[in-house]
Design a protein around this ligand. Sequence first.
Ligand code: ZN
Length: 147
Amino acid sequence: MSDLRDLYQTVILDHYKKPRNFGRPAGADLSAEGVNPLCGDRVQVFARLEGDQLAAVGFEGSGCAISTAAASLMTQAVRGRTRKEVEELFARYHDMVAGAGATDPSLGKLEVLAGVREFPARVKCATLVWHALRAALDGSAERVTTE
Ligand code: ZN
C-alpha cells in the first residue's frame, strides 16, 4: 500500500511541477475562475465546445500541489467528453475524494488523488477546478468560490 502511495505522490508532484494543458487553448470562448480562499488556490479554466463535446480545455493559476495537479489531471481526463460525461465523471471523482465512494477504475489517472479523502480540508483543493469547469460550461458564473 505504501508503494502505491509513493507512486501517487510522484504523479501528483509531476503534474504540479509540469502542469499539462497550462494556458488558454486557441479558440477557447468559455471561461470561469475558481477561488479557494482557505488555501489560497486560484484557477482559471478555459474551454471550447464543439457541439456538446469538450474540444479543448486548459487552465492557468496558482495554488497548492493538490489543486494544481487536480487541474492538470482534469484537463487530460475531460477532453473529448460530452458535458453529460463530464458531469458523471465529476460525480464519481467527488465521491472518491470526499470519501463517500470507493475508487473506480473508470476514473483512470484521477485515482492518484484518492488519498485526499484522508485530509478533509484538501477536498476543496481537489474539486475547485471542477467547479470552475462546470461554471464555464454552463455559463452560470464567471467566478466560483469554495467559501
Ligand atoms: Zn489547496
